[in-house]
Design a protein around this ligand. Structure first.
Ligand SMILES: [Ca+2]
Ligand SMILES: [Ca+2]
Length: 509
């Protein structure tokens, strides 16, 4: 056989050609995909038209990502044991660890001391990627952030190019320009974070005017009503029917422009500010997409768009991120990139903490063994609709044991055990019938559009969801139990008082 091939010129040509095509295939395989991970600070998915068709927010570039990729409807963050919800959330993004197994908080003992060596940038550096980040500073995982080769972090919540979201965009554009001029061919991981729409929501003058809002600073007077402002959220309330459990919480009492006010004028103005900040973020994303396109890198880049958690701003009478309603527990999540079918939508049932396992899976980078996240690549490839059946959430940065929720299918249970036993509340929702989680105070006069926990017809469903919640708390090493759960012999963690807390809070105002 080999003798025949050696003596036949045609066969020799065929061999050369086939070797060349193998070499070409190798070359294209070696061009590994890039990752652009976009994360905004404090954004409800329901701000976006993608998740709420009634929204008047314009985000053409985020819409483009969705049109060219997949939108996930069931994306959640697992929660927080701190009033600074950002902090555990960003630790989960960086490590893929579950909330009670983070290198901070009650789970610190489950992690080796140098845990940043297993975090996002460290993993991608080891795999030969160039890593760069820009984001706000603080309430984050500093040691993991410093693993990025290029770090351009600063908190930018102003209304100008230099003091606002454009600054973060500029850092990414400068980094890409530098790669281009130095002909750097290594794949990159860029963590493109923003400081907005987190308060203070100082928008640019043009975008504030578009959404009829002002950067309101006068505590003694209300901002003017303006027909250009966003409408009140569908589940707006003037107050929450019972205490949320965190007295003096900054987000509920001292955000500039809102304070403790929940009247329509204050809320609509603040939503206008939020939208102005959101659209400004979208403009910066547009500039980066254009640059990637011009460099010929856009089609070889996985682009993720998400937020560290959602936000209330008037929904259910709340202002902050310290609750477990859908507007705040859920996050926006869009992925575009090679192999993801354009314009698709999926449930997913993902956590933010699955991000690391997933970007590793998509790029062929080995995920650290300590990650507890699940890759949802099969969802992105339309092979599966979900990666898990049950979702768990916690907020207990205030009084203990705090709030918990669990969701399975259309059913969701939220429990509140706060204010030293003075508030012990249970809510049961069917999200297919009642997606906005209307409660009695919304006065909908429809037996389906309310909290069903007190309705005897759902007694069995309630018991099942209570059982699911307890099993998730046990599975995830939740160190607390609620009033109507067995104590399991647990000793709740001792919470260290933070020094200079009062001084720090005063400074944040
Ligand atoms: Ca945040
Ligand atoms: Ca390089």
């Amino acid at each position: 056989m080999s003798k025949l091939l050696m003596t036949s010129p045609m066969a020799a040509l065929l061999i050369v050609c086939s070797l060349m095509s193998v070499a070409n295939a190798d070359e294209s395989e070696q061009k590994r995909p890039n990752v652009l991970f976009i994360i905004v600070d404090d954004q409800s998915p329901f701000d976006l038209k993608l998740y709420n068709p009634d929204s008047k927010l314009d985000t053409p570039n985020i819409d483009r990502l969705a049109a060219e990729g997949m939108t996930l409807d069931g994306a959640y963050h697992m929660g927080s044991f701190s009033g600074a919800v950002c902090t555990p959330s960003r630790h989960m993004v960086m490590t893929g660890r579950t909330v009670w197994h983070l290198p901070i908080g009650p789970g610190a003992k489950t992690c080796p001391p140098d845990y940043e060596q297993y975090s996002m940038a460290a993993v991608f550096n080891d795999a030969g990627y160039d890593t760069m980040r820009t984001c706000k500073k603080g309430n984050s995982y500093a040691a993991a952030n410093s693993q990025f080769t290029v770090v351009k972090d600063a908190t930018k919540r102003g209304g100008t190019e230099e003091t606002g979201s454009a600054w973060h965009g500029k850092q990414v554009l400068e980094y890409l320009n530098h790669r281009e001029s130095s002909k750097d061919e290594d794949p990159f991981l860029i963590y493109f974070g923003f400081s907005h729409p987190h308060d203070t929501r100082d928008g640019t003058p043009e975008l504030l005017a578009k959404y009829g809002a002002v950067n309101h600073t006068d505590r003694n007077n209300l901002p003017s009503a303006n027909p250009k402002q966003p409408a009140l959220p569908v589940n707006y309330l003037g107050e929450h029917p019972f205490h949320h459990g965190h007295p003096g919480l900054r987000d509920e009492v001292s955000v500039k422009g809102v304070w403790e006010k929940r009247d329509p004028q204050t809320i609509q103005n603040e939503l206008g500010r939020e939208f102005a900040c959101n659209e400004n973020i979208d403009i910066q994303i547009g500039k980066v997409l254009k640059k990637l396109e011009q460099m010929g890198e856009l089609d070889n880049t996985y682009i993720i768009y998400t937020a560290d958690h959602g936000m209330a701003i008037g929904r259910h009478g709340l202002q902050g991120k310290q609750n477990l309603y859908q507007h705040t527990w859920r996050v926006p999540y869009i992925v575009k990139g090679p192999g993801i079918e354009v314009g698709t939508r999926s449930t997913g049932n993902i956590y933010l903490l699955d991000s690391l396992a997933t970007i590793c899976d998509l790029t062929g980078v080995k995920a650290p063994e300590s990650t507890e996240g699940t890759s949802f690549k099969p969802v992105l490839q339309n092979k599966k609709d979900t990666v898990r059946d049950v979702l768990f959430g916690v907020y207990n940065g205030g009084t203990k044991p705090g709030m918990r929720c669990v969701k399975q299918g259309d059913w969701k249970l939220i429990k509140y055990d706060v204010m030293d036993g003075k508030v012990q509340e249970t809510q049961l929702f069917n999200l297919a019938d009642n997606p906005h989680e209307f409660i009695a105070e919304h006065g909908k006069n429809d037996p389906k559009l309310t909290d069903l926990a007190e309705d005897a017809a759902y007694k069995d469903k309630l018991a099942k969801m209570e059982g699911l919640l307890l099993s998730e708390m046990r599975r995830l090493d939740d160190p607390y139990r609620l009033w109507n759960q067995p104590d399991d012999g647990l000793e709740p963690p001792v919470i260290k008082k933070r020094k200079n807390r009062k001084k720090k809070q005063a400074a944040e105002k």
